[in-house]
Design a protein around this ligand. Sequence first.
Ligand code: FPP
Length: 251
Amino acid sequence: MHELDPQKLPRHVAIIMDGNGRWARARMRNRVFGHDEGARSVRDVVRTCRELEISYLTLYAFSKENWQRPEAEVKALWNLLKRFLRSELPELVEKEVRLLHLGDTEDIPHDVRREFQAAVDQTAGLDKLVLSLAVNYGGRQEIARAAALFAKDVAAGLHKPEDLSPELFSRYLFTKELPDPDLVIRTGGEYRVSNFLLWQLAYAELYITETLWPDFRRDQFLEALYDFQKRERRFGRTSDQVQDTKSCRAL
Ligand code: FPP
């Protein structure tokens, strides 16, 4: 295993957890078996973030598009989320992890919504890691919702249309309290963003691995972080400019 530089860890990691179904199929089990095993990877990655003192972790747990899956699978996913929230809450509190929900609450089954809200409330004052679960979430829907909220504020006289800047717009998103992700990991080998954090990913580094989510544990996560540390983040500048800034900082 490579040595990680603690100074160069991402502040915010976001993950598209894909491949549960394929993982289960390879074992001739049903898809839900893969999701159950995927929940163990969630636990592992959360623990690793705490250990490394990564401040923000965002996980894509249920997209707007996931409603189109077979009803039994959708039901099983809600059930799993509820069980996960219940079983993990003591450890989240103990490790000072704050839980946030990104997405629309309406449509989420009432019992899950209640469990989710209780966990969000109970962890509200904690700040060692912010764990955001994107549930009933879609990036385009989030942007449309933010535009509508801004329009309402304009109608109410709180803003003028010309006030709108990227910074102001960001305050209308579900992620208003989060910095943009530095690193986005996608497991399962597909090269797409699947309506995840479309606005927030503008300058994120992408890491795509063939590893299926249930197999993505501490070691695979460390490998992704190591890969991130090799990247040169230029934010539109040239490589020379980035190198100059670095050497100035070092002086
Ligand atoms: C994608 O794999 C995965 C999902 C749609 C669900 C993600 C849910 C979990 C990892 C379960 C646990 C999460 C929490 C927060 C408790 P897929 O089913 O599309 O896999 P496939 O591409 O191989 O079919």
